[in-house]
Write a protein that binds this ligand. Structure first.
Ligand SMILES: Nc1ncnc2c1ncn2[C@@H]1O[C@H](COP(=O)(O)OP(=O)(O)OP(=O)(O)O)[C@@H](O)[C@H]1O
Ligand SMILES: [Mg+2]
Length: 355
C-alpha cells in the first residue's frame, strides 16, 4: 500500500506547467490524504489568476497513478494565496505586488488596460487597488463611473499621532484613488517635480488601502517622473507596457521600455491594444520577442470597450458576457503569472544583515 508520505513525495516532483519548476521547489503542495484507493491532493496556487489549472491536476493524476497502482482515483483541491514582494513597508503600504501600467504615447489604452487589470484580478478573487497617477489627464474616475471626492478621515496612529487618511472609493470592493478626485474639472495643472513626488507619495502613504494582493497604477504617458518616484518608494513587481500594433506606437513602446529600465522597474511584458483591421495585428508580439520580453496578450478593437468606458461601466466588462471578456481575463492571468514567475524563479538574494 502506498503511504501518504510517498504520494506526497511523488506530487512534489511534478513540474508546474507555467513556472517550469517542481511543485515541491515552489512550495505549492499542502498535503495528501488517502482513503481507500482515492488520494486527495491539496495544492496552493501562487495567485487565484492562475490560468488553466486543470493542467496541474492532469499532471498530478498521471504522476500518481503511474507510480502507485493501488491508487485508482485522484482528487486535486486548489486554494490560492497571492505571493508577492511586499516591499511597501517603509511607507506603510501593505500591497503584495505593485504593478505600473505605462506607454510611450498617449491614447493607446493605458487607462482601459489598467482599469481592466484591476477589475479582472478582482473578479478572479484577488484583493485589488487601482491608483490613477495620471496627473495630466486622470480618466479613471470617469471610466469607473465614480466622480465623488473620497472622504478624508482623521485617525490616531499607534504612536498617538493624529493623521489624515484618505478613504479610497470602493467599487464592489475594488479600492480606487485618482488625482482626478482632487483637481477641479478643467483645472490645468503644471506639475513641478517635487510637487508631483509629494502627491504620489501621499497617495501611497495616506490612502487607507488595507491589505492588497495587487495595486495597479495607471501612469501618465511619456515622462519618467512618476515612475522614478515609485521606484524610489518601493520595489515594484513590474511594469506592463501598452501599445497599439502600428510601427510608430511600437517605437514609442521601446521608449517606454528604456524609461522603465532607467528607473530600474522590472518589465512584466507588453500588451497589444486595439488589434484589428484598422491598426493591424501582431506587431507588439514580434517586438516583445525581439526584445526578449513576455507578450501578455492582445485586446481587439471593440466598440463595447469604448462605450463602457465612456459610460463609467468598465467593471461590466467582467460582470457581463461580452466579446472582450476572454481576451481581458487572459491578459490578467498572464500578468499575474509573470509576476509569480519573476518572484519564484529569481535566485534568492543572499540576505545581508545590516547592523
Ligand atoms: N480595445 C479597445 N477598443 C475600443 N476602444 C478602446 C480600446 N482600448 C481603448 N479604447 C478607447 O480609446 C480611448 C483611449 O483609451 P484610454 O483612455 O484607455 O487610453 P490612455 O492611453 O489611457 O490615454 P491617455 O494617454 O489620454 O491617458 C478611450 O475612449 C477608450 O475607451
Ligand atoms: Mg489614461
Amino acid at each position: 500500500m502506498s503511504t501518504e508520505a510517498e504520494v506526497l513525495q511523488r506530487v512534489r516532483s511534478v513540474k508546474d506547467p507555467e513556472i517550469g519548476r517542481s511543485l515541491g521547489d515552489l512550495d505549492m503542495t499542502r498535503g495528501v490524504a488517502i482513503v481507500g484507493d482515492t488520494a486527495t491532493v491539496k495544492i496552493e496556487l501562487p495567485t487565484p489568476a492562475y490560468p488553466r489549472r486543470e493542467r496541474i491536476s492532469d499532471s498530478i493524476r498521471s504522476a500518481i497513478v503511474s507510480a502507485h497502482p493501488d491508487i485508482k482515483s485522484v482528487n486535486v483541491e486548489f486554494t490560492a494565496v497571492v505571493r508577492g514582494k511586499m516591499t511597501g513597508g517603509a511607507i506603510g503600504l501593505r500591497a503584495k505586488n505593485v504593478i505600473a501600467v505605462g506607454s510611450g504615447k498617449g491614447g493607446v489604452g493605458k487607462s482601459t488596460v489598467a482599469a481592466s487589470l484591476a477589475f479582472g484580478l478582482k473578479s478572479l478573487g484577488c484583493q485589488v487597488g487601482l491608483m490613477d497617477a495620471d496627473v495630466y489627464g486622470p480618466s479613471i474616475p470617469h471610466m469607473i463611473g465614480s466622480i465623488d471626492r473620497p472622504a478624508a478621515m482623521k485617525v490616531t496612529t499607534a504612536a498617538g499621532e493624529e493623521i489624515e487618511r484618505i478613504q479610497p472609493v470602493s467599487i464592489d470592493g475594488l479600492k480606487v484613488i485618482s488625482m482626478g478626485y482632487f483637481l477641479k474639472p478643467d483645472q490645468a495643472v503644471i506639475w513641478r517635480g517635487p510637487l508631483l513626488h509629494r502627491a504620489i507619495t501621499q497617495f501611497l502613504k495616506d490612502t487607507d488601502w488595507g491589505d492588497l494582493d495587487y495595486l495597479i497604477i495607471d501612469l501618465p504617458p511619456g515622462t519618467g517622473d512618476v515612475s522614478l518616484t515609485l521606484s524610489q518608494l518601493l520595489g515594484l513587481a513590474g511594469a506592463v507596457v501598452v501599445c497599439t500594433p502600428q510601427q510608430v506606437a511600437l517605437l514609442d513602446a521601446v521608449k517606454a521600455i528604456s524609461m522603465f529600465n532607467q528607473v530600474k522597474i522590472p518589465l512584466l511584458g507588453i500588451v497589444e491594444n486595439m488589434t484589428g483591421e484598422i491598426f493591424g495585428r501582431g506587431g507588439a508580439k514580434a517586438k516583445a520577442e525581439e526584445l526578449g520580453l513576455p507578450f501578455l496578450g492582445e485586446l481587439p478593437i471593440d466598440a463595447g470597450i469604448r462605450i463602457r468606458g465612456d459610460a463609467g461601466r468598465i467593471a461590466s466588462l467582467f460582470s457581463e458576457s461580452n466579446p472582450s471578456r476572454d481576451a481581458l481575463i487572459h491578459i490578467c492571468e498572464q500578468v499575474a503569472i509573470e509576476i509569480a514567475k519573476q518572484l519564484l524563479i529569481a535566485p534568492k538574494m543572499p540576505s545581508l544583515e545590516i547592523l
